[in-house]
Ligand binder design. Structure first.
Ligand code: PMV
Length: 360
């Protein structure tokens, strides 16, 4: 599958060397992407909040070379990270047709995350989008005419080929990825800014990430997505994602937080239900995940506050709440939930505006 729109015209000349840098945020899905087709095409549409504080900063130094093939070194926090190489090598080979200068340069990739690498927070979304943006920055230097809109669109397209959900980490603060009949402009190929009205209650929405398990992911997302291939409930799940996306449209417009909570929590638990009912099956929640969920439900029932949770493909819990309820919810997290986190660790985050260039 080749998408001609993203194949550049032959470059008139290549730079000999240079350096570019970008910082890109993580994102948290409200309606989850779980299951994909060939070429990183999602099995269903998804929508996410772009985060503000959990970010990856990546710099790319490049120098012309004459040898064939890809050549790069990758450093995390200043340390050579050879175990990142296969994923980047695979990413480069998927995108080379769209980024033909890839094999003309030797690259030094230096990357660091604002969240600890061993926090159980996946860095693939922020990492792949930061890398895609760096490559687009080079492309822009070779072809200064490209518009900002095309820059973001192609960065999202490239990032998706690195890690699906990375395509939702270019812009803020509510991003849709995957074609949905009632969301204008939605596409399987790129993330787009949510195109409809959003109530002010969602402004500065908070996400506090409770680090229940900082270990390596028990199931890689590649394995996880593949488990949807002959999953007995796959078709029902994909249909449910479409209807939850649809249901969210009036909820986002009206600021109906009760309805928002019910969609978001159902999505989180369905994602885990899919893992529990696949072959092979997995339980990615830990006892502390359930402790937190039960305490959160009791707190919500007692206070009437609009706090809810969502989960990624792991044990950590994202606690979502509106900005105007932050004082009470943060106190509750510190006094009641932190004890269920590994070493009491959690990260306070909120909605963000997307990736930013870094001066280098
Ligand atoms: O982008 P991937 O392949 O790591 O998949 C991410 C999948 C979930 O985080 C579980 C859901 C989502 O939509 O982000």
């Amino acid at each position: 599958m080749i998408v001609n729109e993203f194949i550049p015209k032959p470059y008139t000349q290549l730079l000999d060397r240079g350096a570019v840098a970008y910082s890109a945020p993580s994102n948290i899905a409200l309606v989850k992407y779980w299951g994909k087709k060939a070429h990183q095409i999602p099995a269903n549409p998804s929508i996410s909040f772009t985060l503000n504080n959990c970010k990856t900063a990546t710099s790319l130094r490049f120098e012309k070379k004459t040898s064939k093939g890809f050549s790069f070194e990758v450093f995390l926090d200043g340390k050579l990270q050879d175990d990142f190489k296969p994923k980047i090598e695979q990413f480069f080979s998927r995108i080379e047709v769209y980024v033909p200068f890839l094999s003309s340069y030797h690259f030094v990739i230096e990357t660091s995350n604002t969240f600890p690498h061993s926090s159980g927070i996946a860095s693939s979304a922020s990492g792949m989008s930061a890398l895609a943006l760096c490559l687009m920055k080079i492309e822009q230097q070779l072809n200064p005419e490209i518009s900002q809109a095309f820059f973001n669109k192609k960065a999202s397209f490239l990032a998706r080929l690195g890690s699906g959900s990375a395509c939702r980490s270019i812009e803020g603060n509510l991003i849709v990825w995957g074609t949905h009949a009632n969301i204008e402009g939605s596409s399987d190929l790129v993330g787009i800014k949510y195109p409809y009205e959003v109530h002010h209650k969602f402004k500065n929405y908070r996400d506090t990430i409770l680090l229940v398990d900082k270990g390596e992911k028990q199931v890689s997302s590649t394995v996880g997505h593949n488990l949807m291939h002959d999953h007995p409930f796959a078709e029902q799940r994909f249909a449910q994602a479409h209807s939850n996306m649809e249901a969210l449209i009036p909820v986002l417009e009206s600021g109906d937080l009760k309805a928002f909570i019910s969609i978001v929590e159902q999505e989180a638990l369905t994602l885990h239900a899919m893992m529990m009912s696949s072959n092979p099956y997995f339980i990615l929640m830990k006892p502390n995940t359930l402790e937190i969920i039960n305490k959160l439900w009791a707190f919500r029932a007692k206070t009437g506050l609009h706090v809810c949770f969502t989960l990624d493909a792991g044990a950590n819990v994202h606690v979502l709440f509106p900005d105007n309820e932050a004082d009470e919810v943060q106190k509750f997290i510190a006094t009641e939930l932190a004890e269920h986190c590994q070493n009491g660790h959690y990260i306070e985050d909120k909605l963000g505006l997307g990736a930013e260039p870094i001066k280098i």
